[in-house]
Design a protein around this ligand. Structure first.
Ligand code: NAD
Ligand code: IPM
Ligand code: MN
Length: 352
């Protein structure tokens, strides 16, 4: 039996604590299934960068591609690195250079008590956001002119390619078809971004025409933000640009109970992919055993689902739902337990 080979990059702040619990869940679910997962830790992050100047070591991507089935990452971000230079190299570096064009962010409410909206049930918060993950405003193209003078000019280019836009939109429709979803919404700002988001509009219409039976509609992203709060139940699949997807998925995490509950995958179908919770390194919470590990544990579940371990992935999700129902949770979602205690309760459930 070949073991699943997972590269683990805990990263910074609470990333370290939540990933430890996600790894416990992976071990527990594998043991219970009589299967094997081999994890290898990589210390890439702020500490290493500050000590050595190294962010993503040379040859790292080739090594990952040659030796691993998936990457599990905690978070990148440290107040001692104010420009987030290491995160740009490590996290965005992997997204761009491994061409992980699908940022897959399922939004699920596990229990009514976690949702800040009145009377909203789990059935009404069950959507998937597909965020374009390799271009848009994230490409770091732009520059300064007359920097540090009163006449300073700064630009940031929003890069959109027909190929890049089309492939994420197509992925959203393929997902909808595979999962029996009947509606796909694209969120853009084509009323103002008359070049870039006109491209999104045209690509969306062209791809949608290939998917009979799936209702394709469009919302301006500001209206999407409103509609997600007003009536999240109207959404099944949402596809949007890199920056809008970043913002919309923090809002959507709020519907799930907060950032501590939100999971994601950075995927190139058929290739080495990277899985990480939606949240960041939450420096204020770091080292205090208070961070919610559920987003990271659910992320480990998404990773297994992606690698074809469907039953184990389902068991992880069920174990998290059980822990929520039993109030085996951290304070951010109303509980009294620490990070470790939640992780251990879930691992014990998975073993049993
Ligand atoms: P953050 O996600 O780290 O935290 C925002 C707030 O969300 C926290 O103050 C906390 O109240 C809550 N929160 C987040 N995760 C939680 C958890 N697991 N349990 C309980 N509560 C949780 O975002 P931020 O404060 O904007 O950013 C902090 C650092 O993280 C920055 O350096 C930022 O660039 C980085 N960041 C990294 C990633 C990533 O690596 N994927 C994602 C977002 C932010
Ligand atoms: C996320 C994060 C990252 C992003 C940061 C840390 C670069 O906020 O994964 O949502 O903006 O994509
Ligand atoms: Mn974000």
């Amino acid at each position: 039996m070949t073991a699943l080979r997972v590269a683990v990059v805990p990263g910074d702040g609470i990333g370290v604590e939540v990933i430890a619990e996600a790894v416990k869940a992976l071990r527990a679910v594998a043991t219970a299934a009589g299967r094997s997962i081999r994890t290898t830790d990589f210390d890439w992050g702020a500490e290493k960068y500050l000590a050595t100047g190294v962010t993503l070591p040379p040859g790292a991507l080739e090594m990952l591609q040659g030796e691993f089935d998936a990457i599990l990452l905690g978070a990148m971000g440290d107040p001692r690195v104010p420009d987030n230079r290491h995160a740009a190299d490590i996290l965005l570096g992997m997204r761009f250079r491994l061409d992980l064009y699908v940022n897959y962010r399922p939004v699920r409410l596990f229990h009514e008590k976690l949702c800040p909206l009145k009377g909203v049930t789990p059935a009404q918060v069950n959507l998937t956001v597909f965020r374009e993950n390799t271009e848009g405003l994230y490409v770091m193209m732009g520059g300064n002119f007359k920097k540090d003078t009163p006449d300073e000019v700064a630009t940031e280019i929003d890069l959109n390619t027909r190929k890049g836009v089309e492939r994420i939109i197509r992925h959203a429709f393929e997902f909808a078809r595979a999962r029996g979803r009947t509606r796909v919404v694209m969120a853009d700002k084509s009323n103002v971004l008359i070049h870039a988001h006109d491209l999104w509009q045209r690509a969306f219409r062209a791809v949608a025409s290939e998917y009979a039976g799936i209702e394709a509609s469009h919302l301006y992203v500001d209206n999407l933000a409103l509609q997600l709060v007003r009536d999240p139940g109207q959404f099944q699949v949402v596809v949007t640009s890199n920056m809008f997807g970043d913002i919309v998925t923090d809002l959507a995490a709020g519907l799930q109970g907060g950032l501590g509950m939100a999971a994601s995958g950075n995927i190139h179908p058929g290739r080495l992919s990277l899985f990480e919770p939606v949240h960041g390194s939450a420096p204020r919470f770091a080292g205090k055993n208070v961070a919610n590990p559920m987003g990271a544990i659910l992320t480990a579940g998404l990773m297994l689902e992606h690698l074809g371990w469907a039953e184990e992935a389902r068991r992880i999700e069920d174990a998290v739902r059980w822990a929520v129902e039993e109030d085996r949770t951290t304070a951010d979602v109303g509980g009294k337990l620490g990070t470790k205690e939640v992780g251990e309760a879930i691992a014990a459930r998975l073993k049993g």
